[in-house]
Design a protein around this ligand. Sequence first.
Ligand code: FPP
Length: 469
Amino acid sequence: MPGTIKKHAEERMEKAIQALKRDLATLRAGRATPALLDRIQVDYYGSPTPLNQLANINTPDTRTLMIQPWDKSSLSDIERAIMKSDLGLTLANDGINIRLSIPPLTEERRVELVKMTKKHGEESKVAIRNIRRDANDDIKKLEKTDISEDESRRHQEDVQKMTDKYIAEVEKVLAAKEKRSWKFKRREAAPPNTVGFCLFSSPTGGKEMIKLFQSWWKKGDRPASSVDPSTVDLSDENIPKHVAIIMDGNGRWARRRGMPRNMGHRSGMKAVKRATIAADELGISVLTLYAFSTENWKRPKEEVDYLMAIPKEFLALELDELIQKNVQIRMMGYTKELPDHTIAAMKEAMERTKNNTGLILNFALNYGSRREITEGVRELARSVQAGELSADQITEEMIQSKLLSAGLPEPDLLIRTSGELRLSNFMLWQTAYSELWFTDLYWPDFGREHLFAAVAEYQRRTRRYGGLS
Ligand code: FPP
């Protein structure tokens, strides 16, 4: 029957996608995982046998795979099978175990991996199209006996839609793999953009500031990096969905350079761009940035005015590129107190990016977690007062739905820069089970490699949510 034929075809297409994911997991990206050896077949007493049926495979560290054969006599057969594979691993044995070292990813190897990823993708597409052909043949056979030509056509159209869906899924899997796996290449620090940097018409700007900046750049004082990119060991699995950042240390960054605090914020704006691009590159779904708290109004008016001007400035400079990158801009905070120009800039950016489906860049602007919780609870209390709800019916989900972050996943990873170890009224409810990552770096020094390092550290953590691992 056509229904069964389509169901069977869909199951086969689903299997093709799973097989593609498995194949891609076996491509070496720089990190040791037993899945890399999934495809290795050993000639064991004349029959090809999967390696994982012949040995224990462990990862004593992120760059090493240890193979402990159950039958010592199979050691050389296993070695031969690994050498024949296209994994490019360095091999050593001590007569009992085999140690595989994963060399750092070279540019050459990276290119090869991209090619292999594409090849696997093409093979999956061919497999899916063959499944379509089989399904259509089976449907056509029914035309003579069970179904009309019209019905046959409709069923074949369904098969085509299914094919399109799974081909699109292949593209998605490939894009995710290419985007995440082979990208951590050392890059030079961005060249000093002295002109763009200094022509900003800041309330405190001016010629002196321009000179100060120019001399600072000339001294070669690039954003500090406490992270050696070549040591960052990122996996394409387990990328946090939501990363939230408390961007702290702008003032101290500026003071160290003998500059006014606002220049720290100005430089922090550049770090916002770097973090956004890096988050997008990693495949993070939501990046929430704490740009202004409900308590920051206590700062001097000049600084508050400057901070309120930054969103407009940032969006004027970066919105087009963010749109190109399919970034969706959102804001989480209380608009009532914000100046009109700040709201207008944010609204325009949100409107222009509302249909984008990539990274959600969520600015926490005039945001305070205690106020958010209080206002949410008040709203629920009003429902209780109105008799729409009893106090006992209030659930955690209801409180969550009243928060400004409703609809977004909770942050998996919370980063705070500048060495301060506190939450400062930021997403208190939402970070109940977030992994925390602190760095002494001041926010204006934060770059791509630091986000990568934080995510790599996140990947090493075990999240237990109060249970046992
Ligand atoms: C905390 O550092 C930082 C802020 C209160 C403002 C953060 C704002 C930005 C980084 C710019 C935001 C950019 C956009 C696009 C909205 P601090 O000033 O408290 O530093 P300190 O503790 O060293 O004084």
